[in-house]
Design a protein around this ligand. Sequence first.
Ligand code: GLN
Length: 503
Amino acid sequence: MELNRLTIKEASEKLDKGEITSVELTEACLARIKEVDGKIKACLAVCAEEALAEAKKADERRKNVGAIHGLPLLGIPYLCKMNIMTKGIETNAASKILKGYIAPYDATVIKKLKAAGAVLLGKTNLDEFAHGASTENSAFGPTYNPWDLKRVPGGSSGGSAAGVAADMCIFALGTDTGGSIRQPASFCGVAGLKPTYGRASRFGLIAMTSSTDVPGVIAKTAEDTGLVLSVIAGKDKNDSTTTVADGAPALSDSYSEQREECHGAGAPQPTLKGIKIGLPKEYFIDGIEKGTREAIDNAIEKLKELGAEFTEVSLPHTKYAIPVYYIITPSEISSNLARFDGIKYGLSRRGEAAPRLYDVYAKSRGKGFGPEVKRRIMLGTYALSAGYYDAYYLQAQKVRTKIKEEMDEALKKVDCLLTPSSPHPAFKIGEQSDDPLKMYLEDIFMSGPSLAGLPAISIPCGFDNDLPVGMQLIGGRFDEAILFRVGGSYENATEWNKDKPLL
Ligand code: GLN
């Protein structure tokens, strides 16, 4: 048995029964990284020694207490996106400006995973500072899609998605600002969860767009993403946006309840009876590729068989989601990235080459940032400048409110929304990298839920020309549970998430 292929649920059951050890599981993942990562380039750093030491500790902890049901991640190896701080291990956001940077503290999500006994294997590639949709913007070269090495894995969490798809780890952490977990998950045929904004702490994430950034999970099943979320979620005094809405169910309670429901009944039962799913008509547009559309239509039929009822809903402001996102995102980026000035962190051109302070800033930033990062800083600085602020940034914020209200309203009438994750499967490396606008359009189905702060998941639902297709489920604020219920039932009734790339 190849242990690295296991899901979290399968691995933790085997660990509980004493059939395997965390050291064996970790060794299997490290061996897989060695075997295939030369081709895929998902990892920017691997910490084998530290991982094996952590795995050993987890095995001892389990031995002392026996089966530990409350700690589903004890001894489970994972990969983490390179823009999440890990004490003692490089965090460079795939940027030259932070090359060699070692964070002095762990992000809250890392702290929580450590406490739960999860084992960090290494850090994954991304578009520089998470700006992109293909992982081609990494300063350290692209990641390749395990399903077809000529294609992109999506982005920006492309390394995490490719790592999970190629079974280099049991799960991975990513961040999602405007699609960066869901889109690569769909391109790589794995599950990707973007939690509600405020569900999990952003403390220790390298900030991109603070008003939409969220840490999230890429895993082999929807259920596994829920297991990780129940560990990383929660209020954090270091992130004041982690407030749980009044009346919102506590995640762990509702999650275990939902799990009972979707597992107890078995696959062919109408486990989704009474569940209403909305199909936003603005998301079912002409530009969707035929094979992708067919996969989505088949998924809808399958969900109907499981008892779900579908209704069409309308979200008329959808067409503004991309323009609004690409005003707000660069604006926040231009402000958040001001801290990389050649003085406080990373690459610096201090000294003779830069006699004045201004030269230090200009030369450090000029040398350290890649072209897409510079483009966004310029766009954002322009949108925020006096005279243009009202016309661009303020106007975008007003439309954002409309988008949010409209989605909240639709989600009062249905339990969740279903859309394709992307209009097409993974595209070829280099195919779009010269056309920033085309690349921005990759987020067409992703930016709405991000601007609205809603939870959403991408789940594999078929193939288009032998490449994975994902469907997106969008839930109400703090209602991740519905995503696990619908996604879990769908997974139990289908086999898409069991297909693996041949490597
Ligand atoms: N593709 C989007 C962008 O380039 C989303 C990135 C993200 O979610 N980090 O901004």
